[in-house]
Design a protein around this ligand. Structure first.
Ligand code: ADP
Length: 485
């Protein structure tokens, strides 16, 4: 099969979250399974310098964007057989300090930037030498792609257009813009209607993709069910219910070449399920790095996250305050950034409890590995979580996840109440700081029973969330799409 992926983030070239990891790993797994895979993504600042293998593809183009004509160029990298990465070079749009925003403020021209990107993705797909069967678009940034493909097909300009699949990584981000931004598509205004890209007289890029793609997927089975409800549907649940039979949830996998505890340049001590000693050594290193007392006996919790409501960062802050107030012995290390109020709250907590709490504000992929490897428990109190990756990384790293039972967290972690034999973590249901504090206390109690703690840890480390496995679900989905099943 020949598949193109259009994504605004691609690990290891650009990343703000799980989307990047997913697209990087899924496309590699598909290529290794023998499919021809092309990925199209923006050429952001710094990519060329960090990846000197990128070469100009000798492919320049001009794209109409409303009344302007914007030129661009593709750069290309072939990291392994069957896989070609295409980078859209348009310095005015993409050579910037941030990907979507700076200092938490969105770029005001995001509509133009990602409409340009969507058009470049369509142009590439149309003109690749071999016909493409499926064009998989990720999130709102590629949300206009299915509409552009459909229009080209319906108007007779593109006879054998590929099937389009829109993958939702997070329904809360929809790409809302004033109606005038629809002009960037250069489509007749007859395409701006409620069953297309229009919502409340505004342009909604994700809605366009949800309405006009041939199929829909999201990144866990439970999130697929949740987004069809008013509670999680972010206003798009009526549309999703209408297309429920075309919406499938496929849990993300893990790139175990990168997220492994044996050959990992970020970690000082190798370990795995049969040689667990290195984990304790990594814990001591991490405590040192975070400036916390080196103590094997105290349970160490960590979290690597965007500091947002979605991630329950406020619940976590309040729960830690409650647990510390009752004198429980624990340590906690946070890496993250986001809401300035939450950043300040965590900093203040660390100042108040320097022996217990360490906070690093920023984005640091190497430290993320050490926080996963050195911890005993990993907290993920998300209000909603389409898939979540860190709980999967935690499992492999022998770090027991403490998660709210929602979305992909519920699908990937086994609580003792579900199965004592195969338990891998601790789940709680209510999105409250009290429920999280209770779960943290359960974790502390579990830590006090070494055999039980080891039982959870072993179960988690042996769990298989490899992409080889998950990619097969995408292949069947593509096959069904192509053959019209
Ligand atoms: P999201 O909703 O942010 O996409 P996921 O759990 O799906 O959440 O994926 C988050 C990814 O981003 C993980 O690989 C995580 O380690 C990484 N990440 C998030 N914040 C940071 C940070 N501050 N530093 C390094 N990596 C981070």
């Amino acid at each position: 099969m020949h598949i193109v992926h259009a994504a605004s983030e691609l690990h290891p070239f650009s990343k703000t979250g799980g989307l990047a990891d997913m697209v990087g790993a899924l496309t590699q797994a598909l290529a290794r399974a023998g499919h021809q895979v092309d990925v199209v993504t923006p050429l952001y600042r710094g990519i060329r310098a960090r990846h000197p293998g990128l070469k100009p593809a000798q492919w320049r183009f001009d794209i109409p964007l409303g009344s302007a004509l914007v030129s661009g160029e593709f750069w290309k990298l072939e990291p392994e057989p069957n896989l070609t990465l295409w980078f859209v070079d348009q310095p005015e749009f993409f050579d910037r300090a941030g990907i979507y925003n700076e200092r938490n403020v969105d770029y005001p021209d995001n509509a133009a930037r990602f409409c340009f990107f969507a058009k470049a993705a369509v142009l590439l797909t149309r003109h690749l030498p071999n016909p493409v069967q499926v064009l998989q678009c990720h999130d709102w940034q590629a949300g206009l792609v299915p509409m552009l493909v459909r229009e080209a097909h319906d108007s007779g300009k593109w006879h054998v257009a590929p099937k389009t699949l829109l993958t939702i990584h997070n329904l809360a981000y929809q790409g809302w813009f004033p109606a005038a931004a629809f002009g960037f598509t250069n489509l007749p205004s007859s395409w701006f209607y409620r069953e297309s890209a229009e919502a409340y007289q505004q342009l909604n890029c994700l809605k366009a993709g949800l309405n006009l793609s041939d199929a829909l997927s999201t990144v866990s089975p439970r999130y697929a069910r949740e987004i069809c409800t008013t509670e999680f549907g972010c206003g798009l649940d009526p549309l999703l219910r209408r297309r429920e039979h075309e919406l499938i949830g496929i849990l993300n996998g893990v790139d175990y070449d990168e997220w492994n505890t044996i050959h990992n340049p970020a970690l000082k001590h190798a370990y795995d399920v049969s040689h667990p000693a290195g984990k304790a050594a990594n814990k001591a290193e991490l405590q040192k790095e975070l400036g916390l007392p080196i103590d094997a006996v105290v349970p160490l919790f960590t979290n690597i996250t965007r500091l947002t409501d979605q991630k329950g960062a406020d619940l976590q802050l309040a729960a830690l305050e409650q647990v510390l107030a009752t004198g429980e012995k624990l340590q906690f290390g946070l890496l993250g950034s986001g809401d300035p109020v939450l950043e300040a709250g965590y900093r203040a907590l660390a100042l108040l409890h320097p022996e217990r709490i360490a906070v690093r504000i920023g984005f640091d992929p190497q430290l993320a590995h050490r926080l996963e490897a050195g911890a005993d428990f990993y907290l993920m109190p998300s209000r909603f979580e389409p898939c979540g990756l860190n709980q999967l990384y935690s499992l492999r790293y022998g770090t027991i996840p403490v998660v709210r039972a929602t979305g992909g967290l519920d699908d990937s972690v086994v609580d003792v109440r579900e199965s004592a034999e195969t338990a891998t973590g601790i789940k709680f249901s209510e999105p409250t700081s009290e429920a999280l504090a209770h779960a943290i206390r359960k974790a502390i109690a579990l830590y006090a029973v070494p055999e039980l703690h080891a039982h959870y840890r072993t179960n988690g480390m042996l769990a298989d969330f490899s992409w080889e496995r998950q990619a097969r679900h995408y292949v069947s989905l593509y096959e069904n799409l192509i053959h019209g099943a």
